[in-house]
Design a protein around this ligand. Sequence first.
Ligand SMILES: *Cc1c(COP(=O)(O)O)cnc(C)c1O
Length: 231
Amino acid sequence: MSVSERMLETRERIENACRRAGRAPSEVTLLAVSKTKPVLLLKEAYDAGQREFGENKVQEILEKAPQLPDDIEWHMIGHLQRNKVRQVIEHASLIHSVDSFRLAEEINIQALKRKLVKDVLIEVNAAGELSKFGVSIEDTLPLVQQISELKGLRVKGLMTVAPYVVASEENRPVFRKIKQLAVDIAKENIDNVSMDVLSMGMSGDYETAIEEGATIVRVGTGIFGERVYSR
Ligand SMILES: *Cc1c(COP(=O)(O)O)cnc(C)c1O
């Protein structure tokens, strides 16, 4: 299948999941995760109407962005090192992976320098996996409260990378937990913080994530095919 055919199929599956959940398809943004994929394939997705792309490395955004139309929105979905913030801040419309106050402080400094307010999500390690980045469920509210004091960024919601599972159903409790956490944090009415965005669900489990409230699904393999990592 071509990229455009896979995109059509993915959009259809998103719409069906929305229907099952009684949600409007317009509530869910499909983020095409294009890491490791050549610009040619991104262009194919672009031509099929895709405008939001996710990358997990700053370097890849910097390399690809100039080669593609500038109405693309780039989302930074991978772990972000503080020394890379400066390079990516003007290119990323949303940073999904804020998981420490130190990182938030650096984004704040770089944003204020450029008179920007940067939209971010807090990455939550919902299943407590040691191999994963993200703040624990318990530490999320205190971190959000701390970050809300920083004028150069705005917390828009939460992001999670659920465990790799064979059956997407296994991740339903994870997505439910993140949704509940967002509801609980929203109830605190913290200045400068909203919980409207829930970035959860990947190729293997995005339909389940949508049923549980995802507003951004991050689909890589489902659109671009398997990734091949050299080295
Ligand atoms: C690679 C990646 C994805 C996409 O994974 P697929 O299983 O290929 O859909 C989603 N989110 C993050 C954070 C990723 O790094």
